[in-house]
Design a binder for this molecule. Structure first.
Ligand SMILES: C[S@@+](CC[C@H](N)C(=O)[O-])C[C@H]1O[C@@H](n2cnc3c(N)ncnc32)[C@H](O)[C@@H]1O
Length: 508
């Protein structure tokens, strides 16, 4: 917020002294220095000076660099109108009129010389790798102009500052600053339309945490304007509505596979509606005060009917809550997203979809098994062994053709039927099969076998799922070796005999 009147300083009660924790022991106090059109001096012409130049180039300062010679990287930036290069050694007169100075020469003697002169002239200065000689140190910066986060560790552990920076970088959308700029542009309209400060504050909360914000972040100006008008009108007549639903693909289990956008939406959500296959560790990314509703069902266990789930989503959003619907993998792959989207939209509630990594992709990546191969595997399909009406009506002739590659979802219980249908349609018994159970989790198992032994492998090795069954893909064809943890399945005599009998039985 620029040009805002300063809030009053907290009053000090006369005679009262600060407690130890109030006093703290900060040596470096974080402030933001106005460098607009001011001059910044950087002494040095090598890599260290270039790093400082890159930082200061983010500001509207004028930069003067002094050094006998400059590296190519700096010479490239000489074309910038605000950068002047002075080719000679440093002289104390270079500090005249300077707002801040950096001693960034490659040799310590020059830097000490700059520090001494700057100290004598009262110019705030930073010496690269010399905090003791500096009057200020540089924080790690997350730049989402005009939103800027500065992180410091009092010079103790820059590695920690970088860790915090990486976390904030991941958490704040790259174009986050856009939200602040767009809010600034609307400030006057809000001020003129809503006199009551409390109502104004609620309107801003709604805009900055809801659909308006996501539209701005996505660069959808007309949608953002429509939403703004809607919320402004609601705030005027006192019926604000901020509810929304976001379907979030949470990946197959490993929380590190969450997308940055999924993390952001989880942070914003007031209510979490959670599926069974969503790893509880993922909920750590949500706010602690978010309400959690579990709707996942065990396979063949009591189901939270889809209609009930739809009703919960609509009910919570109509209360004005930002609802995050957490789904395993990707919401659009066997995720019943269409039913939920339709129900939410029919209630006039905005819905957004955040893609996730689907189980087949994550499992394949985890075991180094490419899903397509130049010349050899030119199409890859995802199929399921479960359907709403119980029908098992895939295009078996197409799937059974040589060279076909596909991943079976929800196929553990119907593995025998898959094998029988494929073999009956002419598939080779020895077609490669790879089963990945609990993919991407610590309990992951990888089993290789042949199509003829698919059901036996699942039964004998006690595969319970969730599992992806890859058919028609193997490492040999890709010129790769399998992962160390691979179990190769050899059928036991009993299961081989069982398989044989089943295959002799008439198909029905
Ligand atoms: C209802 S579907 C949901 C699929 C999900 N939308 C996706 O994109 O991965 C559930 C099936 O996904 C597969 N699956 C989900 N998580 C898995 C995991 N960690 N490892 C292996 N398969 C998994 C299994 O086939 C499971 O039966």
């Amino acid at each position: 917020m620029r040009n805002r009147a300063l809030p009053p300083l907290p009053s000090v009660v006369e005679g009262a002294s600060l407690t130890r924790s109030e006093r703290s022991s900060l040596r470096y106090f974080p402030i933001f220095v106005d460098l607009d059109n001011r001059e910044v001096l950087i002494v040095g012409g090598g890599e260290k000076a270039l790093q400082k130049l890159r930082l200061i180039a983010k500001t509207t300062a004028r930069v003067r660099m002094v050094a006998p010679e400059f590296d190519a990287g700096i010479l490239e930036l000489e074309r910038e109108p605000a950068v002047t290069l002075v080719r000679r050694g440093f002289a104390p007169a270079d500090l005249a009129g300077v707002a801040i100075a950096f001693a960034a020469a490659e040799d310590a003697t020059t830097n000490s010389h700059v520090a001494t002169a700057a100290k004598a002239q009262g110019v705030p200065h930073n010496v690269v790798d010399g905090p003791a000689e500096s009057t200020f140190i540089m924080p790690a910066i997350v730049d989402r102009d005009p939103v800027v986060v500065a992180i410091g560790t009092e010079g103790t552990a820059p590695v920690l500052a970088r860790e915090v920076k990486a976390k904030i970088e991941a958490w704040l959308p790259a174009n986050f600053g856009r939200v602040a700029d767009a809010a600034m542009a609307l400030r006057r309209r809000v001020q003129d339309a809503i006199a009551d400060p409390a109502r104004r504050r609620r309107l801003w909360e709604t805009l900055l945490h809801g659909v308006w914000r996501s539209s701005v972040l996505r660069g959808q100006a007309p949608a953002a304007e429509r939403e703004f008008e809607r919320q402004l009108h609601a705030a005027r007549i006192g019926t604000q509505f901020a509810g929304s639903v976001t379907l979030i693909g949470c990946g197959p289990g490993d929380p590190d596979l969450l997308t940055l956008k999924a993390q952001q939406r989880l942070q914003e959500a007031d209510v979490l509606v959670v599926d069974r296959l969503v790893n509880p560790a993922i909920l750590e990314y949500a706010r602690r005060d978010a309400v959690r509703i579990d709707v996942g069902k065990e396979p063949e266990g009591p189901s939270a009917a889809q209609d009930d789930i739809n009703r919960i989503l609509v009910r919570e959003a109509l209360k004005g809550q930002r609802v995050a619907r957490l789904k395993g993998g990707d919401a659009f792959v066997f995720g019943r997203a269409a039913e939920e989207m339709a129900a939410v939209r029919a209630a006039g509630i905005p819905v957004e979809v955040v893609p996730g990594i689907t189980a087949a992709h994550a499992c394949a990546a985890g075991i180094g098994l490419p899903l397509t191969l130049r010349q050899k595997v030119r199409q890859f399909a995802v199929v399921t062994g479960a359907s709403a009406d119980g029908a098992f009506d895939l295009d078996w002739n197409a799937l059974a053709k040589p060279g076909q590659a596909f991943a079976i979802y929800m196929g553990v219980r119907s593995a025998g039927r898959f094998r029988d249908e494929l073999l009956a349609a002419g598939a080779d018994q020895q077609t490669a099969v790879v089963i990945v159970e609990n993919g991407t989790l610590a309990s992951e198992r990888v089993i290789a076998t042949e199509l003829g032994h698919l059901a036996g492998a699942i039964e004998d090795l006690g595969v319970k799922g969730p599992a992806i069954i890859f058919v028609g893909l193997d490492w040999v064809a890709a010129g790769l070796s399998p992962p160390d943890k691979l179990e190769r399945y050899q059928p036991k005599a009993a299961s081989a005999a069982r398989d044989f009998e089943r295959r002799l039985a008439p198909q029905g």
